[in-house]
Ligand binder design. Structure first.
Ligand SMILES: Nc1ncnc2c1ncn2[C@@H]1O[C@H](COP(=O)(O)OP(=O)(O)OP(=O)(O)O)[C@@H](O)[C@H]1O
Length: 305
């Protein structure tokens, strides 16, 4: 047991300095720049306090932290569905004042139109984005192939498994080609095995597309599997406590022992920040737990139109 403890400590020491390093992105070179962002809900809950975050083009940034630390609020502020009470959010230097076609938000539910086939769901979204009719089918089929749903293009959503529905939703999101993909625990409702398949698929697609992704998760392993960066958040008030670059080559595997060592390190950091939060004086008089700010629509994909 003592030996195991020493090995664990050694793992921690190895993981921290080499594989997780503080991120340092200059606002001038950022695709997304968030400065001094505050958000107080009407019931005075401080969902975000002084959040500063710069994301380079093509990065895959995971927002990780316990329930209530403001991950979703931050994502919705990026999507333009929450108007922050203070600070600024900009994409390519332009301040965000609402939803836009450059960003696309995906939720846990696939939210496909049940009366449309997989291809129909995608061509519909392409039509809504103004893609000419004669290009829609080919583009839809390209992305159906990319998420490995060939053979299911003419299938209705109720005939698909949960993982397949999520793949169709992902194909639709990628087909409309936003420059920034915002994902709120998209695989949270899937079983463990499907979830790993979806992570591998998303990573392969992301490596190929080079899209800027901001991905909310509770799951440390998921953040380390997917992210180029992991932003650790803490509650009461919701804030960023650490912003770390993950220096582990891709594609990654959950079996990689360095990933385990890093996960232990991250859990340790999260516990330390939660401990600090518990010691801090309360700032949320009537905290109300909800998954989603009430102003945010609930379909799986918000196209920004
Ligand atoms: N519409 C709302 N009105 C009032 N308070 C809200 C609203 N939406 C969220 N909150 C509160 O804001 C804080 C942050 O919520 P948020 O959903 O952003 O956190 P989260 O980290 O995404 O949590 P989870 O992981 O559980 O989804 C929480 O205390 C929550 O109760």
């Amino acid at each position: 047991m003592f030996r195991r403890l020493i090995e664990r400590m050694r793992g921690l020491r190895q993981a921290a300095p080499y594989l997780l390093r503080p991120a340092n992105v200059n606002a001038d070179r950022a695709k997304i720049s968030i400065a001094q962002l505050d958000h107080h809900y009407a019931n005075k809950v401080v969902a975000l306090k002084d959040v500063n975050l710069n994301v380079r083009s093509g990065e895959f940034v995971c927002l990780l932290g316990p329930s209530g630390c403001g991950k979703s609020t931050l994502l919705y502020a990026l999507a333009g569905h929450v108007a922050p009470t203070g600070g600024s959010v900009a994409i390519d230097g332009k301040p965000i004042h609402g939803p836009g076609p450059d960003r696309l938000l995906m939720f846990q539910e696939a939210a496909l139109f049940p009366w449309l086939t997989v291809r129909g769901n995608i061509t519909f979204a392409l039509g809504a984005r103004g893609v000419p009719r004669n290009e829609r089918r080919e583009r839809a089929d390209t992305f159906i192939q990319r998420v490995r749903l060939e053979g299911f293009a003419d299938t209705l959503p109720h005939q698909l498994s949960g993982g397949m529905k999520m793949r169709a939703s992902l194909a639709r999101a990628l087909a409309v080609d936003p420059t920034v993909l915002l994902m709120d625990e998209p695989f949270g409702a899937l079983d463990a095995q499907t979830r790993v398949h979806m992570q591998e698929m998303l990573q392969a697609i992301w490596l190929r597309s080079g899209k800027t992704v901001v991905f909310v998760t509770h799951d440390v392993q998921e953040a380390l599997m997917l992210g180029t960066r992991v932003v650790l958040m803490a509650p009461r008030p919701g804030r960023v406590v650490e912003d770390l670059e993950i220096h582990l080559p891709m594609p990654r595997s959950l079996e990689d022992p360095s990933l385990d060592a890093m996960a232990r390190d991250i859990r340790h950091r999260l516990r330390a920040s939660e401990g600090a939060a518990l010691e801090a004086p309360p700032v949320e008089p009537q905290q109300r737990r909800t998954r989603t700010p009430s102003s945010v629509p609930r379909p799986s994909i918000v196209t920004g139109r």
